[in-house]
Design a protein around this ligand. Structure first.
Ligand code: PMP
Length: 379
């Protein structure tokens, strides 16, 4: 039985070429990048090279990059640092209702501390409308948070227009680009953001390492205290191997992104076409085209999503209902609820995300199994 991995939105397998770039920092060049000796200098050089690669990739400056333990940490830092730094100016924050929990949970905490949070629901196509964001901005709004592409339904959000608006109004703008970096072009200048977060394991790099872009001149206080690393904005010994891996992963994405995006979107389109044509009572969630090249997300009326994911797992296919971060919660996803789906429909969800190693044979096998399992579970 083949193991077919169609859950790349949850995480991507580390590319062997990335692992090779990381290997020396475990065994041969194991110095601390903050150390003054040769071993430290090697490590420091690797970190700075990766910083320049990332900065070049998103059109930022090296000094605008903070390496973190992943996008959850980056999002937490951007939100809490802005709230602490700007609370004298205002206490109103705006976010889309389909942000990742690493944005929503910090906002919940801030609400308990007296901040006011406006959550904007997406329209029926899974896109948060720019006009809806604009209509709630106030003179005391200090931060807008908008995910670049939602991690469940894959829809692309209007970050450029929102960024321009925030810049005009002097409002800080956080873009969670965890699902887009390495998959489609991401340029902090075009987006006009003040913060941008990302995680290496979403683009074939290692898990547990990410970054936060902080625009030059924007205050960003540390979330983790206890050392001067990252210009005092993130304490802790740098994860040299992980950071080198992040840099290498981005280099590969830079070389392969455009051909890979078009190959993946063909596979995605095949999945969408067959599911909508051949599986009864199936709906596609999110806009047909304004979505990630690798994401197809459905609801099947009358099918339990958890049972479907398990049945496909038994058949050797790894897919998910939505976010891995909330698996086991037994509640319908906040994203599908924000879309207006009822609980019955939302609990019948399935996310299929293809990747670098997915072939059309994999997709045909998956589709065959999906038809069989959905029919069986429905009866
Ligand atoms: N934001 C988005 C949009 C994500 O998809 C994820 C990962 N599911 C995160 C943030 C958090 O990333 P990490 O788990 O690497 O911290």
């Amino acid at each position: 039985m083949p193991l077919i991995y169609l859950d790349h939105a949850s995480t991507t397998p580390c590319d062997p070429r990335v692992f090779e770039a990381m290997r020396p920092f475990f065994f041969e060049q194991g110095g601390n990048p903050a150390s003054p000796h040769q071993s430290g200098r090697w490590a420091r050089r690797a970190v700075e090279e990766a910083r320049e690669t990332l900065a070049g990739f998103i059109e930022a400056q090296g000094t605008e990059i903070i390496f973190t333990g992943g996008a959850s940490e980056s999002n937490n830092q951007a939100v809490f640092s802005t709230a602490a730094g700007l609370k004298g100016r205002g206490r109103h924050i705006v976010a889309s209702a389909i942000e990742h929990h690493s944005v929503l949970e910090p906002l919940r905490r801030l609400k308990r501390e007296g901040f006011e949070v406006s959550l904007i629901k997406p329209r029926a196509d899974g896109i948060t409308a720019y006009e809806d964001i604009k209509s709630v901005l106030r003179t005391d709004t200090i931060l807008v948070c908008l995910v670049h592409a939602n991690n469940e339904i894959g829809t692309l959000q209007p970050v450029e227009a929102t960024g321009r608006l925030c810049r005009e109004r002097g409002i800080h703008f956080l873009v969670d680009a965890t699902q887009t970096v390495g998959h489609i072009p991401v340029n902090v200048k075009d987006i006009s953001c003040d913060f941008l977060s990302l995680s290496a394991h979403k683009f074939y790099g290692p898990k547990g390492v990410g970054a936060l872009y902080v625009r030059q001149g924007i205050e960003c206080s540390a979330l983790i205290l206890g050392g001067d690393q990252e210009r005092g904005r993130r304490a802790g010994t740098l994860n040299t191997a992980g950071i080198a891996g992040l840099g290498q992963a981005l280099k590969l994405c830079g070389e392969e992104m455009s051909t890979e995006a078009s190959r993946e979107s063909d596979l995605r389109d095949r999945v969408i076409d067959v599911v909508l044509k051949e599986i009864p009572a199936a709906i596609l969630n999110g806009h047909r085209n304004k979505r990630l090249p690798n994401n197809a997300h459905f609801c099947f009326d009358g099918v339990n999503g958890e049972e479907l994911v398990s049945a496909l797992d038994m058949a050797g296919v790894a897919v998910s209902m939505g976010s891995a971060c909330t698996w086991g919660r037994l509640e319908p996803s906040h994203v599908l609820k924000a879309l207006g789906l009822d609980d019955r429909m939302a609990l019948g969800s399935l996310r299929v995300t293809v990747g670098r190693r997915t072939t059309s044979e994999d997709i045909e096998y998956f589709l065959k199994q999906l038809k069989l399992k959905a029919e069986k579970l429905r009866s």
